[in-house]
Design a protein around this ligand. Sequence first.
Ligand code: NAP
Ligand code: ZN
Ligand code: ZN
Length: 348
Amino acid sequence: MIPVRGYAARSATAPLAPFDFRCRDPGPKDVLIDILYCGICHSDLHLVRNDWGRSIYPMVPGHEIVGRIVEKGKRVRRFKKGDLAAVGCFVDSCRKCSNCKDGLQQYCTDGLVLTYNSYEKDGKTVTRGGYSTKIVVDEDYVLKVPPKLPLERVAPLLCAGITTYSPLRYWKIGKGHKVGVLGLGGLGHMAVKFASAFGAKVTVLSGSPSKQRDAKRMGAADFALTRNAEKMKTLSNHFDFIIDTVSAGHDLDFYLGLLRTNGVMICVGLPSGEEQLSPFNLVLGRRSIAGSLIGGLPETQEMLDYCGRHNITADVEVIPIQQVNQAYERMLKSDVRYRFVIDLASLK
Ligand code: NAP
Ligand code: ZN
Ligand code: ZN
């Protein structure tokens, strides 16, 4: 077993604190990754605080991982020692169900192993994530990092990036589409970058007036402050798609009214409360509401390669791990520009 240093939540109310543990020795198909950077996703915060009611403690969060391979098993073919490597939200799956066969591992129906807060294939070892110095992963679930991009800005692509790239591709969003991005945080800012790179006309719908200039810089054509009733009125029946990235309860009915006929509201945000919505807002205008979960391995690699070719990365604030609890408080206040990323050198 390999000694690892990390930060863990020991309960839903305890701050994250140092936590040493051990991970398995690399098997024949495993790589041992020395973690360089790990992004902080709002899902980490939801899970640490048990917002979704399925948290396992102590919990070492983190699923936006970039690092370097320091050891590999005998049968590893795709990587060699010294290579950069990335790990996203899951580290294994059943490999047999139709979703796994189609490269949609995130929808595996028979044993998705999440990067943390999950059980390994043995059914009893709890997985631990990237707020730590090392991780062992089967090479089949490790992504290649495109060359020349700053690694701290690549880490958030592993969740925030793929979670927004995947629905934009699935719904073939691009030129000629008007897209609203609701919430300009980690996911939202990547949605703006991708949707505008794909040719769509993007409007950011935000509660934070101070984010307006950044939204434009990221490629948005317009910015609407959601509490500006006059402005919002001009956007009713306007959008072909809205990507909803909001992390807390909000008025879905109101935002459905911003969709034009046949418009689709794509939910990626996962607030913990029950959302209300009236069928009238779907029926009038033949609107739909849909959801999307991260992305599968082939599409995640495609997204990383796309980012490499088009020089797309996240806007980040790099922090030492000792500041993780303050980062959580800022994230809760929507004060994130636009992803906190932990520099794991602070733990070594
Ligand atoms: P984040 O960085 O905290 O951004 C969320 C943004 O939502 C905030 O910056 C804020 O933007 C807006 N917001 C927050 N509270 C709000 C409120 N009460 N009312 C209206 N708007 C509010 O979070 P994230 O990491 O992007 O994650 C967003 C959500 O997606 C989380 O629920 C997370 O669990 C979920 N998620 C889902 C997937 C998936 O696969 N579907 C993957 C990753 C994360 P403004 O300042 O612009 O208003
Ligand atoms: Zn995430
Ligand atoms: Zn499966």
